[in-house]
Design a protein around this ligand. Structure first.
Ligand SMILES: [Fe+2]
Ligand SMILES: [Fe+2]
Length: 358
């Protein structure tokens, strides 16, 4: 057991056994804050029945006994090669940080709305319960490798991004739904290829992803109660923006990750499938979705990813920082241009699709 706590030496610790959180970049998980007053004043009557039904389902708490560490965890992981351990710890940290970011936002919302909008407050409180479970489960997994995150330290030292409530809805809805598709696809891949299941946490991804799916449905119902967020020209522009931002973030980050390789997956194929599915799911609520089948869509994302990898490689070089910044300018400009070209690909208007009521 003591041996299994051997740490990979390349990680920096804030104190013994506690990992210094990974450096924040544009692509690492964000922490959010919002305008709580505006959220509190929100009138939910337009879709209150559906919201109540979803909250009732949260109360049932299908996964109350799901996140229990069983005997499968009770062994040493020393047989994992050092590089695999390192890549896997990075995956656990990034997942734990993003689950914890959900917890913090939902918990804060439930606290601030408690007296002013009790229905919404209860919904957020139940969402935060699930995210706390997810983050805690991942942090315990990190501890199996001799490192964990100090979530209190993370709360105080992470930067918070302010988003107006409507932007919280668009982006958090998408991250819940993309989370669902990511977890279920990894789960199914490992069911079919169990020899690549390097650690038992992946057994838990099936019921886990159902939590994320329900969370997404909660935001779907919330947005339906505010039709002004979905039915005008600006809504179409913003939905298009957030779809591209969420897809591009995942796509670029995953091109730089070796994690999928250790699970025997092709990360590009995986991302393409996740993007196609999440895009399709979003069409149930967003007035537009992206034309991800457009022949230029993924090739343009590949060009952006190539630029991102070039910038990452330059970060490793001994060139002075100011010189690197100058050297990277053309790459950044071309990434920006390609993202703009992606944004300008004609989207699919869901309000015109037969049989879809918005
Ligand atoms: Fe979660
Ligand atoms: Fe979630």
């Amino acid at each position: 057991m003591v041996d299994s706590l051997k740490k990979p030496s390349s990680f920096d610790e804030i104190r013994p056994g506690v990992k210094r959180p990974a450096k924040e970049t544009l692509l690492t998980p964000r922490f959010y804050t919002t305008d709580f007053e505006e959220m509190a004043k929100m009138d939910l009557s337009g879709n209150e029945d559906e919201l109540r039904a979803i909250i009732e389902e949260f109360r049932v708490d299908y996964n109350r006994t799901h996140f229990v560490r069983d005997e499968r965890f009770d062994r040493s992981w020393d047989d994992l090669p050092a590089e695999t351990r390192q890549i896997f710890i990075e995956f656990l940290e990034s997942s734990c940080t993003s689950e914890f970011s959900g917890f913090l936002l939902y918990k804060e919302l439930s606290r601030k709305l408690k007296d002013k909008n009790p229905l919404l407050a209860e919904g957020f409180n139940l969402l935060s319960r699930d995210e706390a479970r997810h983050a805690g489960f991942l942090n315990k997994a990190m501890a199996d490798f001799g490192l964990s995150l100090d979530l209190g330290f993370l709360t105080q030292n992470h930067n918070y991004t302010f988003f107006k409530p409507k932007f919280i809805f668009y982006s958090v809805y998408l991250s819940e739904k993309i989370g669902y598709w990511r977890y279920i696809k990894i789960f199914r891949h490992l069911e079919a290829n169990p020899e690549h299941r390097i650690y038992p946490i992946f057994h838990f991804f099936d019921n886990w992803c159902q939590d994320e799916n329900r969370h997404g449905d909660f935001f779907d119902a919330l947005m339906r109660s505010q039709p002004q967020l979905l039915n005008d020209f600006r809504a179409k522009l913003w939905c298009r923006f957030f779809l591209l931002a969420v897809f591009a973030t995942m796509y670029l980050r995953d091109r730089a990750s070796k994690f999928y390789g250790i699970l025997g997956m092709n990360s590009r194929d995986f991302d393409i499938e996740v993007i196609q599915e999440t895009n399709k799911t979003s069409g149930r609520i967003f007035p537009i979705i992206l034309d991800v089948d457009h022949p230029k869509f993924f090739p343009l994302l590949d060009k952006c990813a190539a630029g991102y990898l070039k910038i990452l490689a330059s970060a490793e070089s001994p060139t002075p920082t100011f010189l690197k910044k100058i050297q990277n300018l053309p790459t950044i400009a071309s990434m920006g241009f390609n993202l703009l070209r992606l944004y300008l690909i004609k989207p699919i208007d869901m309000t015109k699709q037969a049989g879809i009521v918005h």
